[in-house]
Design a protein around this ligand. Structure first.
Ligand code: HEM
Length: 432
């Protein structure tokens, strides 16, 4: 069971808005899987191969971007009563812009020429900009009423820094901007994107939804209040250190890198501990996704500490955390929202004689577990692909299958929701 006390649907947007984003996102993860199936040898050999850069942005802009925006549009009003202004046009525009952005960036980085790259970068930047503005405005209004979601602005700000740096890198690649020490800028862009946006988002969302979804004790106050700002400051420090001469900059960057690794490592350990001490022993696919993602996060921290390859770290963070965790969350959020909307419709219509489908009928647990198994297998084969490319190809195929299976489960859930809603409304019209 999910604890639903204190949740409010009153200001939530129509369910079709986030669903549109949720049902498009897996297509980009599937595209990254197909790219890996096709070119695993080059993708896994070096982070600088065009195919690796393209796969990275299919996953970050296409998959993660759409899931984040869809979930925030729906969950912010439900969790803290913070509706996004003009939500329908905002959701429609962001959906289209991120879709074009991810496709254009991937095509451009893959060697498709300057125009796809320029158009992809501009549309992705605009899409993220509109989404962040809408979400920050909603949070600011909620904060004035004392209900703001603590910490949520930080990942949004980090995303904006990552996007601004990405735009600069694009200008440099197009030859429209001279950027000395390009590697430092790429590393900063990746750090703000992966640790700032993705990492802080996982932390901020985790402290809210882990206790809610898995009925665990709350996170300690220092994690809820201090860890996010501390890690954000570490990223700021890392950025400033890149501007210093190497003799001073490198030791500072190493120290701050250690702080980031320790902070995220502590979050992963604490999350696993809380989930092991939850009130409910029931182990579902979402919980298993969390365990796998936290293990991947700890693996990435270990890899950093031992000076392992950036390709290994990238794979653990991008696929292990960046694909796994949102997939697990979608397996829970989508049936939960469908059920929650149906329940509130039932109350509004006073139709207590009708039974609405529960969450596991909307999205069967067996299907969710099969999705988890496909994803876990994909991660294992992709990791093995770092040693032997043929495994990487299998991993790519499994990644695509896991994404398509996720899509099928979400489509199934949405169509069962629509059927139940129709039954509620038509029988009400008939009885009314
Ligand atoms: C408007 C959005 C974005 C644009 C225009 C953009 C653009 C770029 C460009 C031009 C590069 C460098 C390519 C090269 O040097 O050949 C790059 C690298 C990278 N980007 Fe982005 N990016 C965007 C969003 C993101 C986001 C949101 C993330 C992460 C969450 C991200 C993660 C990365 C990573 C990890 C790399 C380095 C890849 C590596 O180390 O192999 N990007 N990006």
């Amino acid at each position: 069971m999910i604890a639903t006390d204190g949740l409010s649907l009153e200001q939530a947007p129509p369910l079709d808005l986030p669903l549109r984003l949720f049902l498009t996102a897996p297509l980009f993860a599937a595209a990254a899987g197909v790219l890996l199936l096709w070119q695993a040898d080059v993708v896994l050999a070096t982070r600088w191969s065009p195919a690796a850069l393209a796969a990275t942005h299919l996953l970050t802009v296409g998959f993660l971007g759409m899931v984040m925006v869809g979930a925030s549009l729906q969950m912010l009003p439900v969790l803290v009563g913070a509706p996004v202004p003009a939500v329908r046009p905002v959701a429609g525009a962001v959906h289209m812009l991120l879709g074009i952005g991810a496709t254009g960036l991937a095509a451009g980085l893959l060697g498709g020429g300057p125009w796809p790259l320029a158009i992809g970068a501009a549309t992705a930047a605009l899409g993220f900009g509109i989404a962040a503005l809408g979400l920050l405005l909603a949070l600011w209004r909620a904060r004035r009423r004392g209900t703001g979601l603590r910490g949520f602005p930080l990942p949004m700000l980090a995303l904006m820094v990552a996007v601004a740096l990405g735009a600069m890198l694009t200008l440099a690649l197009l030859g429209w901007l001279v950027l000395p020490r390009l590697l430092d800028w790429v590393n900063l862009h990746a750090a703000w994107g992966l640790f700032g946006w993705v990492g802080l988002l996982v932390l901020t969302v985790g402290v809210q939804v882990v206790p809610l979804f898995h009925v665990t004790p709350a996170y300690p106050v220092w994690v809820v209040r201090r860890l996010g700002p501390l890690l954000f400051l570490a990223l700021l420090g890392l950025t400033l250190a890149a501007l210093l001469p190497d003799s001073a900059g490198i030791p500072i960057a190493q120290l701050l890198g250690a702080l980031l690794a320790a902070g995220f490592g502590a979050f992963a350990v604490l999350t696993l501990w809380l989930q092991a001490h939850g009130a409910r022993a029931r182990i579902d696919a979402t919980l298993l996704h969390w365990w796998l993602a936290m293990a991947a996060l700890l693996g990435a921290v270990g890899c950093w500490a031992l000076g392992g390859s950036t390709e290994l770290m990238g794979l653990l963070l991008l696929v292990g955390v960046g694909v796994g965790l949102p997939s697990g969350m979608l397996l829970k959020i989508v049936p939960f929202l469908c059920w929650f909307h149906l329940q509130s419709r039932q109350v509004a219509l006073g139709r207590f004689d009708l039974r609405i489908p529960h969450m596991h009928r909307l999205l069967p647990e067996r299907g969710a577990r099969a999705q988890l198994a496909l994803h876990a297998a994909a991660l294992v084969f992709l990791l093995a692909g770092l040693l032997q490319p043929v495994f990487g190809r299998v991993g790519g195929a499994l990644l695509a299958l896991a994404a398509l299976w996720l899509l099928a489960l979400l489509v199934g859930s949405a169509s069962r929701y629509r059927a139940a809603k129709r039954t509620l409304e038509t029988t009400s019209a008939g009885t009314g």
